[in-house]
Design a protein around this ligand. Structure first.
Ligand code: PLP
Length: 433
């Protein structure tokens, strides 16, 4: 399998190169040159397949030529070494809990897979690679946890000071070892700008080998398909496929689901559940794509004003607006509605969602009201403890703190404060390499 550059289709690379480089030239995202199709005989017999086997069957199509089967199997085993249960809340609503990984967010799946692939590809190389990542909260922790102790790889994380939750901050500042965190005096956009400046600094890239661990990297994007197959494995009514609502920010997650659908996974409809950052809901209404500055909301991991994976969604549908609209709709949910949803979910099902899951639930609920014969799944993308105060306020009940978080509270934050100034940041990069 080769991957082509969406901005320059003649540029084709294998999985190894796409993983190491992150982006193609002209900042183009890599995209599979064909979509594998999985036979119904496999799709309708997943119930009896072990999760690892499902993961391998899917990922082997994309990665197979780039590493030995044994290596891929081992990486996948470590990638999904935690539960991904489908929890039924009512006769029509279920949630797929993606937060049982080490940093309690679905990003663990992609980050663990990418870190191990990159570690494998860097083996025996005489140079180190530096993974540079800007985070609004969850990516940093998942990347730190995924990459800690991976030989040949250094990780530099930038996060906006005072704008991530306490648990998120501890997760991204307490790994130590090959992970360095910078607390930037500025916004998430400032962090992202510093990262972009570093990537386009050709003099710097002669001195340090930089790559990105954001969801544009195929090694983070592709493994997310796995849990859509695991959801289907656990879905009881095989005659009536689910509607799936995905809390969306950069659109990597939902795009992986749409890819699975194009490979034959039965799904009746996708809902991209957004907060008040409503670029895609507006696009689906008007056909006009108008990027905006990101707005801060209760579901901060989805505060994205120009979702970078959306070009991949368009590519999956050959940019055919009508067929995209038939398969995917999008809702924008305000903070007020998110709070109300957190309360309703507790009242209706005695279930504590997190603000991202609550956005997903409300968008699903609106769809189900209009489509009485359907039933669906919303993805729970983070554990409620990551947004403790909000969740406790609106659900009216305290969150049970998992052990991994209690342990975190005993660790000491270690980060370097830095102004949002590229020359300063550049000096730091050269110092710590
Ligand atoms: C990153 C994240 C999202 C958004 O996922 P995208 O792939 O960027 O659309 C949603 N919820 C949580 C908790 C996240 O961390």
């Amino acid at each position: 399998m080769l991957f082509y550059n969406l901005n320059k289709p003649s540029e084709k690379v294998d999985f190894r190169t796409a993983t190491i480089q992150g982006l193609g030239s002209e900042k183009g995202l890599f995209f599979p040159e064909y979509i594998p199709f999985f036979p119904e005989s496999w799709i309708y017999n997943l119930n009896s397949e072990p999760d690892e086997e499902i993961a391998w069957y899917v990922m082997n199509q994309y990665v197979g030529d780039s590493m030995p089967e044994k290596t891929l199997r081992k990486i996948l085993q470590e990638t999904i070494s935690f539960d991904i249960p489908l929890v039924r809340l009512s006769s029509r609503v279920s949630t797929l809990e993606l937060f049982h990984g080490p940093t309690l967010a679905f990003k663990d799946v992609g980050a663990r897979f990418m870190s191990r692939c990159l570690g494998h590809f860097m083996k025996g190389q005489d140079r180190q690679v530096t993974v540079l990542v800007a985070t609004s909260g969850d990516t940093g922790g998942a990347v730190a946890s995924g990459f800690v102790d991976v030989a040949g790889v250094n990780v530099v994380i930038l996060y906006p000071s005072g704008k991530v939750s306490l648990v998120q901050e501890l997760q991204l500042t307490t790994s130590g070892k090959n992970i360095t965190a910078y607390e930037v005096d500025g916004s998430f956009d400032d962090c992202q700008t510093l990262v972009k400046q570093a990537f386009s600094d050709t003099d710097l890239s002669r001195k340090i080998f930089l790559t990105s661990a954001n969801s544009i990297n195929v090694a983070r994007w592709l493994p997310q398909q796995i849990y859509y197959f695991l959801a289907w494995k656990q879905w009881e009514d095989k005659i009536k496929p689910p509607v799936i609502s995905v809390p969306s920010g950069n659109f990597g997650n939902i795009c992986a689901g749409l890819l699975a659908y194009h490979s034959g996974l039965p799904v009746s409809h996708f809902i991209a559940a957004c907060n008040s950052n409503a670029v895609i809901p507006e696009y689906l209404k008007t056909g006009i794509y108008k990027p905006e500055k990101a707005r801060a909301t209760l579901s901060n991991a989805m505060d994205v004003g120009d979702p970078s994976n959306f070009v991949r969604v368009l590519a999956l549908f050959n940019s055919e607006f009508e067929s995209l609209k038939k398969m995917m709709s999008s809702e924008s949910i305000s903070d007020g509605e998110t709070g109300d949803a957190l309360s309703s979910i507790y009242r209706l099902y005695k279930y504590q969602a997190d603000p991202h899951g609550a956005v997903g639930w409300l968008a699903l609920n609106r769809w189900l009201e209009k489509h009485p014969s359907e039933s669906g799944i919303f993805l729970e993308t983070a554990h409620p403890v990551k947004f403790l105060e909000v969740v406790e306020q609106f659900s009216g009940h305290s969150v049970i703190v998992p052990e991994s978080v209690s342990e975190l509270f005993e660790k000491k934050k270690s980060s370097e404060k830095i102004a949002a100034d590229y020359q300063l940041f550049r000096k730091e990069l050269l110092r710590i390499r």
